[in-house]
Design a protein around this ligand. Sequence first.
Ligand SMILES: C[S@@+](CC[C@H](N)C(=O)[O-])C[C@H]1O[C@@H](n2cnc3c(N)ncnc32)[C@H](O)[C@@H]1O
Length: 256
Amino acid sequence: MLRDESTCNTYNYGDALYWDARYVQEGGAFDWYQRYSSLRPFVRHFIPTSSPVLMVGCGNAVMSEDMVKDGYEDIMNIDISSVAINMMKRKYEHIPQLKYMQMDVRDMSFFPDESFDGVIDKGTLDSLMCGNDAPISAAQMLGEVSRLLKPGGIYMLITYGDPTVRMPHLSRPVYNWKVRLYVIPRPGFQTPEGCGSSTKSDLEPVPITEKGLLPADFVLEDPDCHFIYVCKKDDAELSNPPTDGFSRLTVDGLYV
Ligand SMILES: C[S@@+](CC[C@H](N)C(=O)[O-])C[C@H]1O[C@@H](n2cnc3c(N)ncnc32)[C@H](O)[C@@H]1O
């Protein structure tokens, strides 16, 4: 399921001008993929409410506002679109827990190393994957994310990209990230039997094979599901097999 190709053909999601034009045209508020209510179990489980959080490519999503309502105290939101950022600054000037800055995720040198306990990305790496020089952009972005995370910090990626297209980027040895994968159905998805949306993936990681793939017998109930990669920055020796349920990259592959 190479979602990157099928979702990139129509729009230039990697282009800042595209996003500025879109935010001028649409204004308002829109959350891509999932609302905070669906992601809350993952966010609350992995990122403490007192932690400084970076929301990369925030757009005009309500996610950060909902997180503050849920107790998060310090969320820095960045986006390449000055239109989106100016709109959000005006909207949230009365909420001190929310800060907004126009910035390119490929160069976040404004922030010192190890500034954040959590970095949340809902659809932004996906956008970069649609632009020119996508692999270079992805490496620049993820290198910056890695630099900005404190040891033990979490990069939470919510994406359309399945492990065949995302693990090659996330599993670069230089990051030394341990990765857990979750799969959640898109909002409103009904199982074919009509018995409601699936909840079995809640906080139950999907095993990843040594090659960084889904197990051969793994069935995606919703073919248009979303993937959540929880990547933990870790200083532990690569040679130690994990005992905490995270998959850890080695030079040869992944422990599961
Ligand atoms: C698919 S939208 C997701 C918006 C928001 N995260 C959400 O969940 O609704 C992707 C966002 O990434 C932003 N973006 C694209 N390339 C970027 C870059 N190089 N640096 C920062 N933001 C970028 C776009 O402006 C857009 O707001």
